[in-house]
Design a binder for this molecule. Structure first.
Ligand code: SF4
Ligand code: FES
Length: 373
């Protein structure tokens, strides 16, 4: 079956996960629990071939991500290859590894845009959440460099129970750093984040206050700051159209070169994701079983199959369906019509009684629990 049969247009965006290496240890990391080692990372030339194939397929933007993409010494070369393929390049970074000389190299290579993540509005909380002493100060210095280089900046703040009360300060920080756009994204609970769910889930009152803060700031800051807002599924009645639908608009490539319909898909069992060292990106997108499995609506069980919203939310998130029900082919439990919807209420109850301790991730080491600060 071709994507045409299932109505899938060419992808618009490519998430290039250049490495899983990262100096931070965020408890909500969305990368898979099993990380690829540096020795398995694709080289720059192979990325260049993938970028050319992506452009040929219709992709317009590449998000250079990780892990921490600036951990790659050959990042300027990778940026150059993406630019020469005609792609708009966005660097998604924690900013803690980049000095002025490196940033100038990225800009000279043709980098178009920088997206900087922050863990909180002030250093103590931010460094505890990121598990990296001194990280917040480095991020602030990095944002200054981005501004001096004249690159557009988006500030990304992943929000949860332990930093949501400082959302107004986070918005002030975005303004102070000269960001033109801000992403306020509630944690999505798959990958490593699921392990820390009880310490991260906000209360209903926090969520309502955050939504009000965002709505007010959007109004007051019109023309100065655009705010994108990703809400948490755990209080939802309807699921989000994750990735705009499986295999419809977006694809990710893992550090070792596997093409994925979403960045978290490697956590799903029973898939043979296409290996781009062996097949073309077009072949992976159009013909692979992995991309076709949940494309369109034919795969859907009830209640999605007979639902009027099935071509709006595409049955929600496959990774969340697997994480919460053990079967990626189930309706996303974020939907109130899912027979599994009650698991979300149970998780909220559990979180209300939980401590604030995190389990941090570190490559090559057993998880390290850390006390709340
Ligand atoms: Fe979406 Fe399925 Fe719920 Fe309908 S039943 S709203 S298609 S998840
Ligand atoms: Fe994988 Fe939603 S995160 S489909």
């Amino acid at each position: 079956m071709t994507p045409g049969d299932k109505g899938a247009p060419p992808p618009l965006g490519l998430l290039a996960e250049l490495t899983h290496r990262c100096p931070l240890r965020c408890p909500y990391c969305s990368n898979p629990v099993e990380l690829h080692r540096a020795s398995r990372e694709l080289d720059a030339a192979t990325w260049g071939r993938i970028f050319a194939e992506a452009s040929d397929l219709g992709v317009l933007q590449v998000h250079l991500s990780g892990g921490e993409p600036t951990a790659r010494r050959d990042l300027p070369e990778i940026i150059r290859l993406a630019v020469s393929a005609g792609l708009y390049t966005n660097l998604i970074t924690s900013g803690v590894l980049t000095d002025a000389r490196r940033l100038t190299e990225y800009a000279a290579a043709g980098l178009d845009h920088v997206q900087l993540s922050v863990q909180d509005a002030e250093g103590g909380g931010a460094d505890r959440i990121g598990g990296y002493a001194g990280g917040h100060a480095r991020k602030l210095a990095f944002a200054e460099l981005v501004r001096a280089e004249g690159l557009p900046l988006t500030l990304n703040a992943v929000v949860h129970r332990q930093n949501l009360d400082r959302l107004p300060d986070l918005i002030d920080l975005a303004l102070k750093l000269g960001a033109g756009r801000m992403e306020v994204a509630h944690v999505q609970y798959y990958g490593w984040a699921l392990r820390n769910r009880a310490a991260l889930l906000p209360t209903r009152a926090q969520l309502d206050a955050a939504t009000e803060t965002v709505n007010r700031a959007r109004e007051e800051l019109k023309g100065r700051l655009v705010i994108d807002y990703v809400v948490p599924d755990y209080y939802a009645k309807l699921p989000k159209a994750c990735m705009g639908g499986w295999g419809r608009q977006f694809l990710a490539v893992s550090p070792a070169g596997f093409a994925l319909p979403c960045h978290a898909a490697e956590s799903l069992p029973g898939f043979a994701f296409p290996d781009l060292r062996e097949v073309s990106l077009r072949d992976a997108w159009e013909n692979s079983e992995a991309f076709n499995r949940f494309r369109g609506t034919e795969w859907m069980p009830e209640p999605c199959r007979g639902c009027a919203r099935k071509e709006q939310d595409w049955g929600g998130c496959r990774c969340q369906a697997f994480a919460l029900t053990g079967d990626a082919a189930n309706t996303d439990p974020a939907c109130a019509l899912s027979p599994h919807h009650a698991v979300l209420d149970l998780a909220v109850q559990e979180a209300a009684e939980a401590t604030s301790d995190f389990t941090y991730r570190e490559m090559g080491r057993a998880p390290t629990p850390a006390p709340a600060g």
